[in-house]
Design a protein around this ligand. Structure first.
Ligand code: 1PR
Length: 524
């Protein structure tokens, strides 16, 4: 029996699913005694350092946890569960950590996107039983803005490079902890977790030791999901957001099966967009929750879900907050949620009021689940203008002139799946959402969606240069070269596609094989 320390802050579903997948049962900690009685303890920290330490303290877990660690019983900390082992963190000055390991936690000080999000390598500093079956060339999934600085070099198990070298895993006796998420790192991560759970494994060295580790450019498969006219939940795909063909909703397959297939092919992440979420309330659309639950039992890479995350009053007058909707998605296995229409309305209000309110869904969800868990999905459409003075929005000079020879354009935000254009541009939206606490931008493009004409490089550059959080370029991929273009010509951290994967034109493995050696990718 594996004991899981969950202080109720967020998604531990993925960790439970991964442990179950490895054939072990999980018992969540329900009282301080459960920690004293544990024989193998896994601690996936979620949220922020201050909130985590406060919760551990108020639930009476701090002392039993210290006792457990000082007794050198088998322990695996994940992400914040690694940071908790240290003395203090810049994220919550004045709050003490467990202090089992000497050192502190500091924010990334780099000119790169923060959070450090995606698949990066490791360089081993010592042998470990966690390394059985690994070569040292694998990449693991990271998502964090803070990293530990260990005073004692003998505690460092691995380091990773992101702007500079930082400690990505620690080990002292039977206590180990990783900054990366083994439960979200595909087969390599499952090996690490499996090695930890099988206490009999011997300590081994990694054969390979990269001179420099590189953050991979992520390839994301997107599944637009909705009910068809027969009421079945299907993966569909639009051309410029029109998903109907001869009057019927295009049916490209079953969501769970397709997600599993893309995981096997080497997708670095899977995104589900509940595309009618703006009109059908997701908590009444339970099949989508079920899709997420079943997918997360078999797919061990990050899962994002979007659609319908907003405040809602049902027909009985019961009020649901966007935070409640998001929480249900996280409980069902989502690692990130994406907000589309509501983000536009929130930013309009912020701009109108001249500042944040503190209670928007973006701020609330980021506070509870962390910035990295909040993705903003933008659905912009190109609007041509003759000169920048013609409109109050963020205008760019374009190399693709408009129908009347216009040399300038702006990208208009839309809501309700592109049905309604608003007086707001994509760049302003992205910047404002970052200020509100969003951790990533999913940048679609209605003009390119389903066209196979390639990503809109001008749009990606315009938004990428306005924010410091990662940007996912989306819409228009028609061949492997398009992925190379978007990575070479913009600073996008990830590229998302749907149609070419669904139509089986270019499998994910082929995209990665083409990119390999040109840009860093996670090997399939
Ligand atoms: O507004 O918070 O309820 O979220 C609704 C979500 O559903 C938004 O993220 C929005 O992008 C998405 N959505 C709504 N309507 C559609 C539609 O197609 N009719 N999906 C839609 C479109 C675009 C991507 C697509 C890429 C890549 N989103 O999902 O996968 O364009 O396609 P390609 O590679 O085939 O070109 P809310």
């Amino acid at each position: 029996m594996i004991t899981l320390l969950d202080y109720g802050a967020g998604n531990v579903r993925s960790v439970i699913n991964a442990i179950n997948h490895l054939g072990k049962e999980v018992k969540p900690v329900a009282s301080p005694d459960d920690i004293d009685n544990a024989s193998i303890l896994v601690f996936p920290g979620v949220g922020s350092f201050g909130a985590m330490m406060e919760s551990l303290s108020s639930m009476g877990y701090l002392e039993p946890l210290r006792r457990y660690l000082l007794a050198d019983k088998p322990f695996l900390g994940i992400c914040l569960g690694l940071q908790a082992l240290f003395e203090k963190s810049d994220e919550a000055r004045g709050t003490r950590g467990l202090g089992i390991l000497q050192g502190h936690v500091k924010k990334f000080d780099v000119e790169l996107a923060v959070p450090h999000m995606g698949w990066n390598g490791i360089r081993a500093r010592q042998s470990s039983r966690l390394f059985n079956g690994l070569s040292g060339d694998e990449k693991f999934y990271f998502v964090h803005s803070f990293h530990v600085v260990a005073d004692n070099p003998s505690d460092i198990l691995t380091t990773t490079d992101y702007g500079y070298e930082f400690t990505s895993a620690v080990q002292r006796g039977n206590v180990a902890a990783t900054q990366f998420h083994p439960e979200k790192s595909g087969q390599a991560g499952l090996k690490v977790l499996g090695n930890f759970l099988a206490s009999t494994r011997e300590s081994v060295n990694l054969v390979s030791c990269p001179e420099k580790t590189l953050l991979a450019k992520r390839i994301i498969a997107c599944l637009d999901v909705r009910s068809n006219d027969q009421g079945d939940l299907v993966v569909t795909k639009g051309d410029q957001y029109d998903v109907r063909e001869e009057g019927n909703v295009r049916n490209l397959g079953k969501p769970v099966e397709l997600a599993e297939e893309y995981y096997r092919q080497g997708a670095d992440e899977i995104t589900f967009l509940n595309i009618t979420g703006f009109r059908d309330f997701p908590l009444e659309d339970m099949p989508m929750i079920e899709v997420l639950r079943r997918t997360s039992e078999k797919v061990f890479v990050p899962l994002t879900i979007g659609g319908g995350i907003r405040n809602f009053t049902d027909r009985n007058g019961r009020v649901y907050t966007a935070l409640e909707v998001a929480s249900e998605y996280f409980r069902s296995g989502a690692d990130k949620i994406s907000i589309g229409s509501d983000a536009v309305l929130i930013v309009e209000e912020v701009l109108q009021k001249g500042g944040k309110t503190g209670d928007s869904s973006i701020e609330q969800i980021a506070r509870v689940y962390g910035n990295q868990a909040v993705v903003i999905s933008i659905d912009p459409r190109r609007v041509y203008v003759k000169s920048p003075e013609d409109c109050p929005h963020h205008v760019i000079k374009t190399s693709v002139p408009g129908p009347e020879g216009e040399d300038y354009c702006w990208y208009q935000c839309t809501i309700k799946g592109g049905r309604e254009g608003r007086e707001l541009d994509a760049t302003t939206l992205a910047k404002t959402c970052q200020e509100l606490g969003a951790g990533e931008i999913l940048l679609n493009c209605i003009d390119r969606d389903g066209t196979n004409a390639g990503f809109d490089i001008e749009l990606v550059n315009s938004v990428r240069s306005a924010v410091t959080i990662p940007v996912i370029a989306s819409s228009g991929a028609g061949c492997a070269e398009h992925f190379l273009h978007v990575f070479e010509e913009t600073g996008a951290e990830a590229a998302l596609a749907a149609g070419i994967f669904h139509r089986k034109e270019v499998p994910i493995g082929e995209v990665k094989a083409f990119l390999s050696g040109r840009v860093p990718v996670r090997p399939v």
